[in-house]
Each structure stands twice: as C-alpha cells, then as structure tokens.
Design a protein around this ligand. Structure first.
Ligand SMILES: [Zn+2]
Length: 393
C-alpha cells in the first residue's frame, strides 16, 4: 500500500499541472479556461478567483457533469495548495474530461503572488435563519438573497398598494426601500392600508411606514420622501439609483411623471391600480415592453373625467394587487421567471377571475417611441376618478 505522499506523487505524475503565474495570465482572456474551485464552502467564502465555478470536492463527481457538460472544455482546477486538486484532476480525467490541469500551489500561492480575488458577502447566522425559506428555493438561494439585500426599490405611495408591497418586500429582505408619499394617516385609510395603524393617525405616512417596516425587519433601510412627486423633484427622487419602482400612485399626474422618469432612467416599473372590485397589474420594462404612455399617451381632457367623488375600493383588493406587485418586483430583482412585461393582468374580486390582455410597445409613443415628442417632465393638472385606470389608493 502506498503512503499518502507516495499516492500524491504518483497522482501528480499522471495529471497536468500549471503554475499560478501561467494560470493567472489566462484569467479574463478570450479563451480563458474554466477555473474550478473544489475547496469547502467556508474556504470559498473567505475568497476565491473571480468567475470560478465552485463544486466542493465531496460533490465533484456527482455534480460536475450537470454543471460542465462539455468534457473537452479546458479546466483549471484549484484547491488551497494543489494536493486535493491533483486528485480531483485525476477523477475528472476518469470521468472523460480531456483538458484538465491542476493549479500547483493552489489558492494560497495565488494570494501569495498578489493576484486579485473576490470575497463574497455572507449571510449572518441570524439572516440564514430569517431567510431560511428563501434559501431552500434554488431560484433564490444564498446568491438570490444577497441580491435582495443589495437591492433598492422605490415605492410610489404608502397607501393601499404600497402597504402590502412594502411589507412583503421588507419581509423578503429587500435592503433599501424608498417611499414617496406626502399624506398623513387618516382614519379612512385603515380599512386597507395595513402598514399604518390607529395609533399613527395624523402621522406622515412615510414615517409610519418606516416604523412598521423597520420593526418587521432591521435589515431594511427605509428612505422616506415626505413630498408629492412633481416635475421639480422627480429627477432627484427617481434618479437616486433604483432597481425597480413599484407604482401605487393614486393620481394621473404622478403616474405620468413616474413613467417618463422610469423610461429616461431605464428602471422597470411594476404598475398596479385598483377600483371597487377590480385590479390591474403589469410591468413596464423600458426597452422590453410598452410604457404607460404606449397605452395612454396623455391624460383624458378634464371635461371627460368623471366626478370628483372618492373612488371606493374593497378593503382586501389592494392587498391582492399590491402583493402581486411585490412578487413581480422580487422576480425582477432575482432575474427569475416570467414577469408581466407586455401583459396586463386583470383581477375581478367580485367574480374571482383573473384575465390577461397582451399590451404592446407603441413605436409612435411620445416618450419611448422612435421619435419622442415629450422630452421634459410635464405637470398635469390633477383631476378625478377614472374607472379602470386606477385611482383609489
Ligand atoms: Zn411608451
């Protein structure tokens, strides 16, 4: 029986090895090989070569064919010092991989030579526990949860739609939530605006929402904008670097400002609207589908607007529509699934039906079309309710 040293020497004689300077030279080139890191999870998390694929040694044989189906692909395999990777290179050869080299000296030598590497952020034990049901879903997992924690979502309105949307986004661990709302909590809000409460009556909605959200999840930072969106402040607020906008506005002037800003800043908008028993949700993703103005180029003239009586709404309806908006926002951040881009989802609570109509980008759209005619923010005069185009918040 050979000793470990003899076995290692024998294995190294049977495989190809490459030094870290040669391996480093190939990193990031047009014909760069696949860097395969076979160390344990804790070693990987302390730092690894950028772009490397991680398969711990214990799972190598079982996982590699699924992750690297092309057996002729050039692979540089590394561990901490070059011993485990030598055995792993031999194992890959036995599986039929034809162009495998073990990086002599491994990651220790790589670091000693001063070559750059990345250190992934890791979830704390408390976060692992809080987001455990996300970590169990392959489409989210560790990486997806990090994306959520690093994401920034702007909510237009802390009302009926903004309440459930902000609560679920916060619970999911979306790290930064901006909330725009100029109103204070009124007792007529509490039938549906569940982010507020009776003890917050008279308090600015953005501050009430901030308190509720930060009590729910201390990982979340809330940026309150206690102001009404206008052509004067929209650039400052929407331009502050958001991944997604969740639009729960209750008026047309805001809808148009949000739309135009989102097109110009290339930020997807998850649009929601509610009226009595009916709700609508869609995603306006600049470049990938229509914008709000593709569907409604400009507001209807004030004389055609209906009466100014407040629009009624079934209390639970914004809970359903706002939750759908949160779901779309999470998918946009994670880059998974199929969003409502190009599809308008219609919900009828009275008959419990979901319908969907396809909506298309308009090449003559005044904002996102081929020859835009609107290139500056427009302040429309506010007028009242219009069924189906979403008002009650
Ligand atoms: Zn458009």
């Amino acid at each position: 029986m050979p000793t470990y040293r003899e076995l290692l020497a024998q294995t190294k004689a049977e495989i190809d090895e490459i030094g870290t300077p040669e391996a480093h030279e190939r990193l990031g080139t047009a014909d760069a090989p696949l860097f395969l890191d076979i160390r344990e999870v804790d070693e990987w998390q302390e730092g690894h070569i950028a772009g490397a694929l991680h398969i711990p040694r214990g799972n190598l044989e079982s996982r590699v064919e699924g992750l690297v189906p092309d057996k002729s692909r050039e692979i540089f395999i590394y561990c901490a010092a070059g011993s485990r990777s030598a055995f792993a290179a031999k194992a890959l050869g036995e599986l039929g991989y034809t162009d495998v080299a073990s990086v002599a000296g491994g990651f220790s030598d790589w670091k000693r030579n001063g070559y750059t590497f990345t250190t992934p952020k890791t979830l704390s034990p408390a976060q692992r526990s809080r987001y455990s049901r996300h970590l169990l879903i392959p489409e989210v997992g560790d990486e997806g949860q990090q994306k959520l924690l690093g994401a920034r979502v702007l909510l237009i309105g802390a009302g009926g739609l903004g309440s459930p949307a902000s609560l679920y986004l916060a619970a999911a661990g979306v790290g930064t939530l901006g909330i725009v709302d100029a109103d204070v909590v009124d007792d007529s809000n509490l039938q549906r605006q569940i982010v507020h409460s009776t003890e917050r009556l008279g308090e600015p909605k953005v501050l009430s929402a901030k308190r509720t959200i930060e009590a729910l999840n201390p990982d979340v930072t809330v940026i309150p904008y206690e102001e009404r969106l206008t052509s004067d402040n929209v650039e400052r607020i929407v331009g502050a670097g958001w991944d997604v906008i969740v639009d729960g506005a209750d008026n047309f002037p805001t809808r148009y400002l949000v739309n135009d800003a989102s097109v110009w800043h290339d930020v997807p908008v998850v649009h929601g609207s509610i009226y009595r028993f009916e709700g609508q949700v869609t995603v306006f993703e600049p470049g990938a589908g229509p914008c709000y103005r593709c569907l409604f180029p400009s507001p209807p003239p004030p004389e055609l607007a209906p009466s100014c009586a407040e629009g009624g709404v079934l209390g639970v309806l914004p809970g359903i529509v706002g939750s759908l908006q949160a779901s779309e926002a999470l998918k946009l951040i994670l880059g998974v699934g199929e969003t409502l881009t190009g599809r308008l989802l219609l919900f009828d609570a009275l008959h419990t039906t979901f319908d969907e109509v396809s909506v298309k980008r308009d090449p003559t759209c005044p904002v996102c079309g081929e020859h835009p005619t609107i290139t500056e923010y427009v302040d429309y005069v506010e007028f009242c309710n219009l069924a189906g185009r979403g008002v009650a918040s």
